[in-house]
Design a protein around this ligand. Structure first.
Ligand SMILES: [Zn+2]
Length: 149
């Protein structure tokens, strides 16, 4: 039994500051804290953290996963390619949109791991998500490749 659940996260009683924090705080945690602060740009940590968050989301199919991604304002996902074993998802308005480009750097792996954890809830845990494009890398949008194993 987890100490905190996703349902707990929604119990917000802040009278003055409400239920939002600025995007620059989320970006700071992600990019200054995790990407720059952890070994290997946070690679193994983001996998663990993202998967755990994804597994806690109350979703039962791909449609619900994608609508959560938008609801949490990580980005606006759309399926651009789909076969039995592989799905490509384009993310518009990703949290990283507008940051300076740094070719060779893809920064949205935690968000991909959230997808992975969420999809594993209804896909027998056999799923791998890889970030294949990123605004920060200089690509026109962020994109994930989802492999259903
Ligand atoms: Zn991104």
């Amino acid at each position: 039994m987890d100490l905190f659940t996703y349902e707990d996260m929604k119990l917000i009683h802040r009278k003055t500051l409400g239920d939002s924090v600025p995007l620059e705080l989320f970006r700071s945690v992600r990019l200054i804290g995790m990407y720059q602060g952890l070994p290997m740009k946070g690679a193994s940590t983001t996998k663990t953290v993202g998967r755990k968050i994804g597994q806690s989301l109350p979703v039962e199919n791909m449609e619900e996963v994608l609508s959560f991604f938008k609801e949490l304002k990580i980005g606006i996902p759309s399926i651009i390619e789909s076969t039995e074993k592989e799905i490509h998802i384009r993310i518009d308005d990703c949290f990283c949109k507008g940051l300076p480009t740094h070719p060779g750097n893809k920064t949205c792996d935690l968000e991909g791991a959230i997808l992975e954890g969420a999809i594993s809830r209804f896909n027998n845990g056999k799923v791998m998500v890889k970030e294949v494009k990123c605004n920060v890398n200089g690509d026109p949008y962020c994109e994930y490749c989802i492999k259903l194993l």
